[in-house]
Design a protein around this ligand. Structure first.
Ligand SMILES: [Zn+2]
Length: 96
């Protein structure tokens, strides 16, 4: 799938589509935790929203706007469903 993503639907944190590749521009993304620091709402994609959510919950480094856009090699914290009713937290590149 190769869809053109307009700038307004691009995540400033990872440059991916907002809210995600399947539903580009169909509904809002997440509000970045970094918004509190910058005092303005920054809309990011769902994958970044999840990554920041886990970082915030566990107290791991949040990655401020000075490191945006994140490098392609950046590893996201994400939930992986392993079996019906089972999931685990993984740390992988987007799309891995
Ligand atoms: Zn993103």
């Amino acid at each position: 799938m190769n869809r053109v993503v307009s700038e307004k639907h691009r995540c400033p944190r990872c440059r991916g589509p907002v809210p995600n590749l399947k539903h580009i521009g169909e509904y809002p993304g997440a509000v970045s935790y970094v918004s509190d620091v910058e005092s303005t709402d920054i809309e990011i994609c769902s994958a970044c929203g999840d990554d920041e959510g886990f970082r915030n919950y566990y107290g791991w480094p949040l990655m401020g706007t000075e490191s945006w856009p994140l490098p392609k090699s950046f590893k996201f914290f994400q939930i992986k469903h392993t079996a019906p009713g089972r999931a685990k937290l993984i740390h992988a590149k987007k799309g891995d």
